[in-house]
Design a binder for this molecule. Sequence first.
Ligand code: TMP
Length: 216
Amino acid sequence: MFITLEGIEGSGKTSQIRHIRAFFEDLGRRCTVTREPGGTGIGEQIRAVLLDPESRDLSPGAELLLYTADRVQHAAEVIRPALTMGHVVICDRYFDATLAYQGYARGLDMALIRALHRLMLDDLTPDLTLLLDLSPDQGLARAWHQIDNGTRAGDETRFEREALKFHEKVRAGYLDLAKQAPHRYRIIDAARSEDDVRQAVRDILSAHPGLGSSDP
Ligand code: TMP
């Protein structure tokens, strides 16, 4: 089972991933928890370039290709092998982030982004995508609070530095994607407390048909 978490900065994905892993491990399922960009040694190097606030001159096209390169490596080295072993793969961001950030927010051609995914990733698609939805002003306030208190990396703030308008486009993009794929997406109100969000996520996971399938 392949689960992805999506949302704007500060939507609380990292905390919820810990709870999701605990949920599945309590059921005796083996989990692979991973993230994009990153998730592999090569991907961590790509991540450093992508998130470094000094990478100001990165062109939107180069940005798209670096996220795609990271994903190709990640799918080959981590995601596909883990799925083959019957693990629950829990991934902090995936292809929908490219549609939301590089497509809706940067304005790159959606058909091109989707074609790259088809050609380079054989359209590998999650079984379930949890969208932690939050207003950008709340999300960015949380994210900057974490950067200031050292719980979020200060050298990975290229996107946090984007204007509020950019994050509004990302949020609207995610909501649109969720509308287009209601069978795969679940929208969770992430303005609530961590515990309330955790409970909402548990309810979704408990009701999901994929939960019944056991490891091969
Ligand atoms: P995060 O690990 O804190 O979520 O940071 C990853 C950043 O990269 C986040 O700002 C969203 C951005 N991103 C994209 O723009 N496109 C993508 O395809 C992915 C996976 C992330």
